[in-house]
Design a protein around this ligand. Structure first.
Ligand SMILES: C[S@@+](CC[C@H](N)C(=O)[O-])C[C@H]1O[C@@H](n2cnc3c(N)ncnc32)[C@H](O)[C@@H]1O
Length: 294
């Protein structure tokens, strides 16, 4: 079986940072909590390392994955609990991956009034199909919450990779899935838990505000509310590891939130070659701040 890995492309995905984040993972912890799961790059790396999950070779450490995006969490739930139905649905989509009319037909199904009541495997297959065939794997919704990414024009997109789906299903066996605001999983955090936090980043310019993973957005008030929560759980004795854009405001936000609670803070900057938030003059690179408390 191949390694488990993200089955979706996700803006802000941490694939590129994983090797540099890995030395910062605590080696022993009680439970893993990820309040902004996205495609779960860190979760899958921890699983493949045997640090979490039902990996039979090593001890089993449970995990909680949360994201505000309901369609995304439905994908995780269906991969874990209804993989056969999902595979059947994806096989149907695979026959039409280069047809723009089919893409727009499937894309616009969320405009149907009872769409949220449709069977979960049908909705999950739609999300995977749109992710693999839509422009740049973006997940973007308009103000009404309707998916609005254009067709991607790929020549050979593969929406059905059975081996990876099966490995992913295995990785999700001991995982609690939640679809809430980040505060909800953080309420569950107890001493000794490891919390990896990768929120929508503070935009680097006023025009580059890619925060539309959900129709609600994620502004500076949300960044402040998050920093307060993280200082609180760090104080409780959790291992907290955070990524965000490297800006003076974000550095100061964590310095003061952690300082107020008397929590140790370490910060390090990693350079990357991609930055979805970047101002036009900073396209070639991004600076990602990493903050941790242990
Ligand atoms: C930067 S992405 C996470 C990327 C992820 N680490 C990966 O490797 O793919 C941020 C995620 O936060 C989610 N999100 C936005 N607002 C949220 C909120 N208030 N509570 C929980 N999740 C939220 C978005 O749906 C998005 O998936």
């Amino acid at each position: 079986m191949p390694d488990a890995r993200p089955i979706l492309k996700w803006v802000g995905g941490k694939g590129q940072l994983l090797d540099r984040l890995q030395p910062l993972f605590p080696l022993k912890f009680n439970r893993y909590i990820e309040p902004f799961a996205g495609a779960g790059a860190v979760f899958f790396r921890l699983y493949n390392l045997g640090l979490i999950g039902a990996n039979p070779r090593l001890r089993a450490v449970p995990a909680v994955l949360n994201d505000f995006n309901g369609e995304l969490m439905t994908v995780y739930q269906v991969v874990r609990d209804h993989l056969d139905e999902l595979i059947d649905e994806l096989a149907r989509h695979q026959a039409h991956v280069t047809d723009p009319d089919y893409y727009y037909y499937i894309r616009n199904l969320d405009r149907e009034p009872d769409f949220r009541q449709w069977p979960a495997p049908v909705r999950a297959a739609r999300t995977i199909f749109l992710n693999k065939t839509g422009y740049n794997g973006l997940y973007r919704v308009n103000q009404s919450g309707y998916f609005n990414v254009p067709f991607g024009r790929y020549t050979h997109p593969n929406v059905l990779d059975q081996a990876v789906l099966k490995a992913t299903q295995q990785a999700l066996q001991r995982v609690d899935l939640m679809c809430s605001d980040f505060a909800q999983p953080l309420r569950l955090a107890r001493k000794g838990d490891f919390i990896y936090v990768d929120p929508p980043y503070q935009p680097l310019s006023r025009t580059a505000n890619f925060t539309a993973y959900t129709s609600r957005g994620f502004g500076w008030c949300e960044q402040e509310r998050l920093a307060k929560w993280l200082a609180r759980v760090a104080r409780r004795g959790c291992y907290v590891l955070i990524n965000n854009a490297d800006t003076p405001q974000v550095r100061e936000l964590y310095r003061s939130a952690f300082g107020e609670k008397g929590v140790l803070i370490r910060q390090q900057v990693f350079e990357t070659t991609r930055n979805i938030n970047s101002a036009p003059d900073a396209r070639s690179g991004g600076r990602e701040l990493t903050v941790w408390n242990y």
